[in-house]
Ligand binder design. Structure first.
Ligand SMILES: [Zn+2]
Length: 273
């Protein structure tokens, strides 16, 4: 599943490639991805110009002029690919958007996803995006802000961090190394965390996500140009490394069950306190 780094990489490439372009046509073969009937969707989007593209958590926000946002969520996995006039299109796609210069992009969802058109005045009422927590690589995600988020919170640290309403963009992939770097057990209750641990966790979130962004995201995910990221399995410290030695102390990494998700931990470095 794409998490913040994969979305951030795509959004940045899209912003560079499609800003300023005018929508000429849209082909939507799977109406259930949309939030309105296909005809109305096409009519609303046609002629609008892309102002900019940004990522928020696992969502891509395409700001259109005038007055609209196209909001895209790639679900479990999807190919969102740029095309130019001379390029062969992917064999299968459910959505195709063409600009007046004949470039555009296609989307093929592997499982399910959303492409919603929302008027800017309705954006704060858009259920799926309006309750997203702060996006982790944005300027507003400060150490102070993170501390405040954790004040008086019940529950365990992992389930808090992967809940998109708290912070937007971490799923079950990057959380593994984030908690390892912060030396925290996934089930550590939030209220037991010391200030130093919260600081370490904040730094670990930025370290792990930014490292992946620099590498173009996960190796099994494609970017806007169809290129795979360079964050391969060997980049993980403990994630998906059951039985391998902990990079810090050499103890064998364990896969454990935490709530409804699997976690990879060093039982020594990340002991439950
Ligand atoms: Zn260890």
């Amino acid at each position: 599943m794409p998490e913040l780094p994969e979305i951030a990489v795509k959004a940045r490439q899209m912003n560079k490639e499609i800003s300023g372009k005018r929508i000429a046509n849209i082909e939507a073969k799977q109406p259930k991805n949309l939030n309105m009937p296909v005809q109305r969707f096409v009519k609303t989007a046609k002629g609008k110009i892309v102002k900019n593209v940004s990522g928020k958590g696992k969502w891509i926000f395409i700001k259109l002029n005038p007055n609209y946002y196209m909001l895209i969520n790639l679900g479990m996995n999807a190919d969102l690919l740029y095309f130019t006039p001379n390029q062969k299109l992917p064999e299968k796609y459910q959505f195709k958007l063409t600009f007046t210069d004949k470039t555009g992009f296609t989307i093929q969802f592997q499982w399910f996803g959303y492409i919603h058109l929302v008027h800017e005045q309705e954006l704060s009422k858009h259920k799926l995006t309006s309750r997203l927590g702060v996006s982790l690589t944005k300027a507003e995600f400060t150490q102070e802000h993170f501390k405040e988020l954790l004040v008086n919170k019940k529950g365990r640290i992992k389930s808090f961090l992967i809940d998109q309403k708290n912070v937007a963009g971490i799923g079950n992939v990057y959380i593994q190394d984030i908690l390892f770097k912060a030396k925290l057990h996934p089930d550590q209750p939030i209220k037991t965390l010391f200030k130093e641990e919260v600081d370490a966790l904040y730094n670990a979130i930025l370290d792990v996500l930014n490292h992946s962004i620099r590498l173009g995201g996960l190796a099994y995910e494609k970017d806007f140009y169809g290129k795979n990221g360079r964050f391969a399995i060997n980049e993980f410290l403990v994630g998906y490394k059951t039985g391998k030695p902990c990079p810090t102390c050499g103890t064998a990494i364990e896969k454990i069950r935490t709530g409804s998700t699997a976690s990879y931990i060093c039982p020594k470095c990340q002991a439950l306190k």
